[in-house]
Design a protein around this ligand. Structure first.
Ligand code: SAM
Length: 255
């Protein structure tokens, strides 16, 4: 994780949930899609790597009711501090790389049945080594889910933000290949989440740099980008756009 990424999440941590939970149904549907995709059960040892504030993890916990706490892993303490203090969520300050290489061991030394990485893979430095290391932590029933946006997204951003996003975002195929090279069976599916948001509210999200790519711009550049956005969407008081997420799944081959 770069210093810029750490600073970005330290800055947005306090308001992160407010920005993302303007539609509670969105969060619930998303968390359910993760639960279904991984077929999570109460007896699974689960880790959410790059869990942030645990906005989705806590919904997963509500549905799955795990007998062991879900391990909530994130390298930015300010994000993890927003995690509700409840017995089914166990915070761990660590990057995916630390867990994968054993620099930070799994707290109970056990293996993991399920690893969730939702919108955190683009922050991981050495993705091959890290995903390989995480795959090595899986039990024989183990599965891993990487949820990620494609390089081209429909969010109503300004042009430079779209370009920068495409530069930073890994290809879905790279993640599939990497999981496969780690010995996992793989599959990819795509899920579309529809978003409707008031334009003024979206301006506030842009101002707050709600997507980490917006942290790449100086104050002046962001102001200029928001002016571009205001002009482009001047006739649309309500914005509607689709988010097409790739759900890349890897699982330990039986036998
Ligand atoms: C876009 S947020 C997603 C948070 C959460 N998964 C969600 O969907 O609400 C990305 C998260 O990845 C975390 N992160 C950054 N670098 C990371 C790394 N090397 N390993 C794991 N997580 C990382 C950030 O601190 C941040 O909380």
């Amino acid at each position: 994780m770069t210093d810029r990424t750490a600073e970005h999440y330290e800055r947005v941590a306090a308001d992160y949930d407010e920005h993302w939970s303007y539609d509670p149904d969105y969060v619930r549907r998303f968390a359910d899609a993760i639960t279904d995709s991984l077929r999570l059960t109460s007896s699974d040892a689960i880790a959410d790597v790059g869990c942030g504030t645990g906005l989705y993890t806590r919904r997963i916990a509500e549905t799955v009711r795990p007998t062991r706490p879900i391990l909530c892993v994130d390298p930015v303490p300010a994000m993890l501090e927003r995690l509700p203090r409840q017995s089914d969520l166990q915070p761990l300050v660590a990057g995916a790389e630390d867990l994968a290489t054993g620099v930070v061991p799994l707290p109970d030394g056990d293996r993991l049945d399920a690893v969730v990485m939702k919108e955190s893979i683009h922050h991981v430095g050495d993705r091959r080594t890290t995903l390989d290391g995480l795959a090595g932590l899986l039990s024989r029933h183990g599965r891993m889910l990487v949820v990620m946006l494609p390089r081209t997204i429909d969010h109503p951003l300004f042009r430079e933000a779209h370009e920068r996003f495409a530069q930073l975002q890994p290809e879905t195929s790279e993640i599939v290949e990497t999981l496969r090279a780690s010995g996992l069976r793989t599959s990819v599916s795509y899920r579309t989440f529809h978003t409707t948001i008031d334009r003024q509210r979206y301006v506030r999200l842009l101002e707050a740099r709600y997507l980490s790519v917006l942290g790449e711009f100086s104050e002046d550049e962001l102001r200029e980008g928001i002016a571009q956005f205001r002009h482009a969407y001047r006739d649309e008081p309500v914005l509607r756009f689709d988010e097409h997420f790739a759900f890349v799944k890897g699982w330990v081959a039986p036998g």
